[in-house]
Design a protein around this ligand. Sequence first.
Ligand SMILES: Nc1ncnc2c1ncn2[C@@H]1O[C@H](COP(=O)(O)OP(=O)(O)O)[C@@H](O)[C@H]1O
Ligand SMILES: [Mg+2]
Ligand SMILES: [Zn+2]
Length: 321
Amino acid sequence: MEHCFGCLKDDVKGFCSSCEKKLFDRSKINPQLNFNWEDISKVIDGYPAGFSISGVQTKGFIGKATGTELSPNLANDENSIYIIKPLLSRFDLASDSPANEHVTMQMAKQLYGIRTAECCLMKFTNRTPAYVTRRFDYNKNEEKLNQEDFASVLQAKKDNDGRYKYIAKTYEDFGDVLSALNKVEFIRILIFNYLTGNGDAHLKNFSLLETPDGDMQLSPSYDLMNTKIHVSDSPIALNLFRELERTGLPRGQNYSYTIKDFTELGKRFGISDRLLKKTVKKFEDTEGKMKEMINKSFLSDNAKSKYLEIVKTNFEQLFSI
Ligand SMILES: Nc1ncnc2c1ncn2[C@@H]1O[C@H](COP(=O)(O)OP(=O)(O)O)[C@@H](O)[C@H]1O
Ligand SMILES: [Mg+2]
Ligand SMILES: [Zn+2]
């Protein structure tokens, strides 16, 4: 059966009309792109100054759709509407990385009500998959909104190159700057990341974003994926608690967590017991729902079974007591 390249709805060829509207503000967009990753990367690689958007991988920027096509915005990231990510360049099952990020983002949004960047899967001309996300740091009038990642917000230590260390803080430290509502959402994101095997939720994968009122609030989530499919990393990128600082741990050693740790963090944030209970309850017995979405996703069969296995283990571990 075919599924929507955005929301994974059954029996859809290409995009369903609601995804077309949300992602592209128009109808009849073809998930098949009329360019290849190399067409973008060869231009990017020639730029000495680099781009303002950070991250491990090179990313492309694409502009508004014209007709039924998206077009690469080869000049720079200014006024691009979308960010396009190619396959991970190394690691296991690298060709599954776009579908992995896509299904993980969709599960966060559809199953747990986490605010996420709008995203979809597309295909380059040579059939390799691409992950495409619509930028949330521009408003409807195409004005840039301020965005600041948590390495900078929390003024994480800098390493010898003068760059912020991605893991030099704990999740408890986020509580110093998040609003009450954001704190609840943050706990939800952390539980979701744990269950879906995301060992990469470091300081740069969380940001504050300017709201229409000029406040800085937690931005929609981005870069959610099951990293364990591709690499054997730690169960969680940062430690939950200040007293268990990860950077102070001997190399290769990790703490393991249960749901009680996440509720303890919630308590330290000042979230009421009632609200914490409700937040945790939303995750209980939802393994089946995750399984359903993973099976509908664009992952290969091999990656699906790996994803399912990881989710099963994590549900057991988190809710075993
Ligand atoms: N939809 C989006 N809108 C605006 N900024 C985004 C969006 N998605 C990602 N970013 C920004 O781009 C950076 C890199 O994207 P990310 O998905 O984290 O890539 P990587 O896998 O290379 O870390 C993020 O740290 C974030 O600042
Ligand atoms: Mg990232
Ligand atoms: Zn859809």
